[in-house]
Design a protein around this ligand. Sequence first.
Ligand code: CTP
Length: 449
Amino acid sequence: MSTVITYGTFDLLHQGHINLLRRAKALGDTLIVGVTSDSYDKERGKLNVRQSLTERLDAVKATGFADKIIVEEYEGQKIHDIQTYHVDTFVLGDDWKGKCDYLKEYCDVVYLERTKDISSTLLRQGNQIITFGIVGTGRIAARFVKESYFVSGMEVVAAYNPHIESAKKFSTDYAIEYCTDDFDAFLTRCDAVYIASPHQHHFEQTMACLRAGKHVLCEKPLCFTTEEAEGAYRYAKEHSLALLHGVKTAYCPGFEHLVLLAKSGRIGEIVAVDASFTKLVNPDTRELRNDGFGGSTYELSPYPALAIAKLIGTSSDRMEFFPMFRDGVDIFDRIIVSRGAKSSSMKVGLGAKTEGDLVVTGTEGYLYAEAPWWKTSYFEMRFENQNKTRKYYFPYDGDGLRYEILEIVNMIKSETSESPKLNEQESVFMTRVIEGFTAYREKAFQACP
Ligand code: CTP
């Protein structure tokens, strides 16, 4: 009896996979197929997988070639599997040639010729590339272009800036084929738009793009009033367009996992969330400009508000602001949000510094994500008994923007308007914080002119 083993993602199972499995099976008596888990794929940088692990397992099973199917969850598992199942032959397609020779110490290693002209990547692209235009050509737009190289199925093809010289420089620097200072002309060039302009233009430009039938990924804050936020989401849904609020933490694997773990009940009932985000900036920068759109709360509160919305919920009966102003701009703010007996806090600062961590308090334990928690790559689950502490590590590649780009690309391809990773209610909650702060500030300035 000889045993053969092979591994793969097997996303959108295709003829190449079937050929490989058939030929692998023919090399022995028993075939074991390892299917990669969702988290292992993300960890090794394979971000675009369309089907869930369950769907992929079912598809491999349906081929009828596998005698046993296992899940591959971590790097280094192959040696363990080969030893556990007494494997004689390890098989992969020849796109892996040489890369698994280290296994020759344990069994025969065979690379089979890959079937030509088919792959999951090609199927995922469906031969359709989504074209993106960028509104605003500042620092974050540059990061977006660099991060977009990691997401397949999309391409940045146009850039808009009302100052044509800036648009031209950006498109030259980042090899973007079209640039303009004419917004209408810009809209004719792309399927989807990334809005990275100054805050005060976000809502108006989001609506203009939606009205032109474009999908939108808008940097935070999406807008300044809940009425605007609800209007934008309503319009997107009615017209089957994707609308995504660009708060990158929402889409990063570590934060998603933290939320799931907290919700699983492992730390008991969640009673409070305390999150801080401070970033000292030069007083001359846009973020601290006294133009009515700068300041710590507008700039940073969407991040801790995201944590509260996800972990505690989006309804609250009190929201209190404790800002410190310098030259008319809040350089620091502490915001308390409560619903009944449950209260949560956010600290945000562009002109004051504190520990940027996140604590999720539960009745049986707590989650602690160290700074910078908004790029969640490491957190701990802690209990009264310190021996029970669990540590979690996740990838957070590059600037983290690739995860939100991937999310909007997947939304467009699957024709969904709203993402469960940051849905309308959660986005509106973030806007409610901003709206509450605006009202507080107006009152405060009226009281002391
Ligand atoms: N395979 C093959 N012929 C193809 C595609 C894949 O023989 N045309 C093999 C791979 O070499 C691997 C196995 O099928 O041994 C599973 O590969 P997987 O990575 O799941 O498939 P791909 O189509 O290559 O996926 P992707 O495009 O996401 O890399």
